[in-house]
Design a protein around this ligand. Structure first.
Ligand code: NAI
Length: 351
């Protein structure tokens, strides 16, 4: 099978080139992101491989389907950039559900430590032989309360890490785990009681702007907010206001709601036009990184292997455990996995 690989970066090629021969696949790397205008580059290809900021719209899906593309392989976990309802009964959408939840949780804790202890600022100072520590004071995490939103794979590892610091854990999840070893609380309690808030839930219509003017107003002014999940979970304008008004102590963001314009690209020669991003980055207590929480060698290898395995399963007519199911996506759960059926087949079984 042949794969048209969009938004290709040098670090992607390293891992995919290493593993593709093992699977017998040929890959064409395309530097630009997938759009309706460059869909045509996938003509005569069996699958298209995309990343977090490729917009897989209904129009794109129809075009790819018309060209005979059978699968869209997401080399990431999140799938808020895909209109999977539009893909139903046309193209299989598969993702890498988990590659290294450790990579993301460890990074979230690194962001927390950096924001709390101002390590990013200390680094700039000492590089300039400025050894003054004025303004770099943080707080002990030991004994403080961490509020975790989303207690899935990454959230649970983050909880283990924060417990190692001696933090008390409270959590909120729309689908709470069975017998959690931490206290599940309402969102209202989480906002009000947490010294650290870390977001680990997916971006869905329900979670869009979960952090907004109202929730920010309920947080402690001494709180630190960490987002390694998806930018759209936070209303950036409201966050900028809150930081400006000293309503929050510190913020660590690896994602940003309008990131697709900038993240993963070198824009150092450009005049940035995104006022909200510029404002956000102007605050000394806000640390922004470019969606790199996943970026470890272990994760990159797992991403390449699972992406290629996903296609191999389709080629072999097997059950696609990493398919994003239209039914699951709409209802949160469905019995596709129990019956080891694929999304299109489930529809047929339903009828
Ligand atoms: P997961 O699916 O294991 O866990 C997500 C949790 O969120 C589940 O427990 C689910 O019940 C919960 N959830 C769903 N809807 C919710 C809602 N409305 N309110 C509260 N909780 C809700 O996912 P995982 O692997 O832990 O990943 C979490 C997120 O991290 C992903 O959705 C993705 O957006 C993000 N991510 C970011 C990366 C980065 O490099 N910055 C890399 C990988 C994932």
């Amino acid at each position: 099978m042949k794969i048209a690989f969009y938004d290709a970066k040098p670090y992607d090629k390293v891992w995919f080139d290493r593993l593709a021969p093992e699977f017998g696949y040929k890959i064409k790397y395309i530097e630009s992101r997938l759009t309706i205008d460059n869909c045509i580059l996938a003509k005569n290809y069996d699958a298209v491989c995309v990343f977090v900021n490729d917009k897989v719209t209904a129009e794109v899906i129809d075009e790819l389907h018309a060209m005979g593309v059978q699968a869209i392989l997401l080399r990431c976990a999140g799938y808020n950039n895909v209109d999977f309802k539009a893909a139903f009964e046309k193209i299989y959408i598969m993702r890498v559900a988990a590659y290294s939840p450790y990579a993301v949780a460890e990074y979230a804790s690194a962001l927390l430590l950096s924001v709390n202890r101002k390590i990013h600022r200390a680094y700039s100072r000492t590089r300039d032989y400025n050894f003054n520590i004025n303004g770099l004071m943080g707080m002990d995490l030991h004994g403080k309360t961490a509020g975790i939103i989303g207690t899935g794979r990454i959230g649970q590892i983050m909880i283990d890490i924060l417990r190692g610091y001696g933090m008390h854990i409270i959590a909120y999840d729309l689908f709470p785990p069975k017998d959690p070893s931490f206290e599940m609380v309402s969102l209202e309690r989480l906002w009000a009681e947490s010294d650290v808030i870390s977001l680990h839930c997916p971006l869905t219509p329900e979670t869009k702007h979960l952090v907004n003017a109202e929730s920010l107003s309920q947080m402690k002014p001494s709180a630190i907010l960490i987002n390694t999940s998806r930018g759209g979970l936070i209303d950036t304008a409201a966050l900028n206001e809150a930081v400006k008004n000293r309503q929050i102590m510190g913020v660590g963001l690896d994602v940003y709601e309008e990131e697709d314009e900038y993240f993963f690209e070198d824009r150092s020669n450009d005049i940035l036009e995104d006022e909200a991003l510029i404002r956000l980055m102007s605050f000394p207590n806000v640390l922004v990184t470019s969606h790199q929480a996943f970026f470890t060698a272990e994760a990159m290898e797992a991403i390449a292997r699972t992406t290629l395995e996903n296609l191999k399963r389709l080629e072999n007519g097997e059950y696609l455990e990493n398919e994003i199911c239209y039914h699951c996506g709409l209802q949160g759960t469905c019995d596709r996995h129990k019956n080891r059926k694929n999304c299109f087949e489930l529809k047929k079984a339903d009828e």
